[in-house]
Design a protein around this ligand. Structure first.
Ligand code: ATP
Length: 315
């Protein structure tokens, strides 16, 4: 089923490798990265072998690369410049400098194409910088394995994919040995338990075509529960672009606040109302940080930020 889903979304010119589907013309992190333990976990062995033979990784682990050791979860982009392979003449990130202190949330705002999703992709080591370095707790990501980076970083997409199968199976992708109690606890923390508990089979309910259909807000809360269960030190959040109804929105926002609290977080922000309380907001323009501060400070210092707020009617 997931294999079929993967094939359905793939189009001409898309490149698939190491559990990542790069969609030509993709405009958001969600579209760019369909990671996939979700999809990979659902492939049959034969399909998986075919997928892996297909792969053309854009980054390679160094021989004997070490695993990442997360101590406090400090993230740093140091003088990072980056051009996509095949478009080397165009720097998408241009001397990008950003430090996220352990447990802090930094939101990236800026026009479409400014480089926000690209910065997140470098943090997940889907690409290496052309120059400069990205570090987690002082370790240059080029020196450590991709798998250990992705194990340390949780991702919440705008529209996280769920696969068919039970809810418990979906959640155990994040932690295969999770007990039912741990799953229920994660669902509770993600404000999803209130609706799951009403299902006759609870966490053993089938999702998808043969089971329950979920609203957008419910899917998001399940995606949050999955990251809660994974319990990573660092979270990348590609915020939803459109509003849910007010009740769902509140439930999702509360769940996100709980997820991000005490974790180092990089939020790709589309709607300013939801990131007003971020520790810092960075205004990204032409691949660099043009201004940075709290919402209140930026309202005073940044004409660009003020104009975004005006456009989105944020006080
Ligand atoms: P949005 O808010 O629309 O998501 P963004 O600020 O996240 O935009 P990026 O997605 O990082 O911007 O894109 C920055 C630039 O890099 C854009 O010009 C985009 O077309 C280009 N780009 C993104 N992905 C690729 C890719 N895989 N190959 C080549 N160019 C790419």
């Amino acid at each position: 089923m997931a294999g079929a889903a993967a094939r359905r979304v793939r189009g001409r010119g898309d490149v698939h490798h190491r559990g990542v589907l790069w969609l030509r013309g993709a405009s958001s992190l969600t579209q760019v990265i369909t990671t996939l333990p979700e999809v990979i976990a659902g492939l049959t062995a034969g399909e998986r072998a075919a997928e892996l033979l297909d792969e053309q990784p854009s980054v390679q682990d160094r021989p004997k690369a070490a695993g990442l050791t997360v101590t406090s979860g400090r993230v740093a982009f140091e003088n990072v410049s980056f051009a996509y392979p095949g478009r080397l003449s165009r720097l998408v990130l241009d001397d990008f400098n950003l430090t996220i202190r352990p447990g802090h949330t930094v939101a990236l705002v800026g026009p479409s194409g400014a480089g926000k999703s690209t910065a997140a992709q470098l943090l997940l080591r889907f690409f290496d910088p052309t120059s400069g370095r990205v570090t987690i707790d002082g370790q240059d990501l080029r020196d450590i394995t991709q798998a250990s980076v992705r194990a340390a970083v949780g991702i919440v997409f705008q529209d996280s994919p769920l696969m068919s199968g039970t809810l418990a199976r979906n959640l155990r992708l994040a932690k295969p040995d999770a007990t039912d109690e741990e799953i229920e606890y994660a669902l509770e923390a993600a404000n999803a338990w209130d609706f799951v508990r009403t299902w006759e089979h609870g966490i053993h309910t089938e999702l998808g075509e043969r089971g329950v259909t979920l609203s957008g807000g419910q899917r998001q809360r399940i995606a949050i529960a999955r990251v809660m269960l994974k319990d990573p030190a660092i979270v990348v959040l590609d915020e939803a672009t459109s509003a849910l109804d007010a009740t769902s929105e509140r439930a999702v926002q509360n769940a996100l606040n709980r997820l991000l609290s005490d974790r180092t977080s990089l939020v790709i922000a589309h709607r300013l109302a939801t990131i007003r309380n971020a520790d810092r907001i960075a205004v990204v323009e032409h691949g660099r940080i043009a201004d940075m501060g709290t919402h209140t400070a930026l309202l005073k210092s940044s004409a660009t930020y003020r104009s975004y707020c005006r456009e989105q009617s944020v006080a």
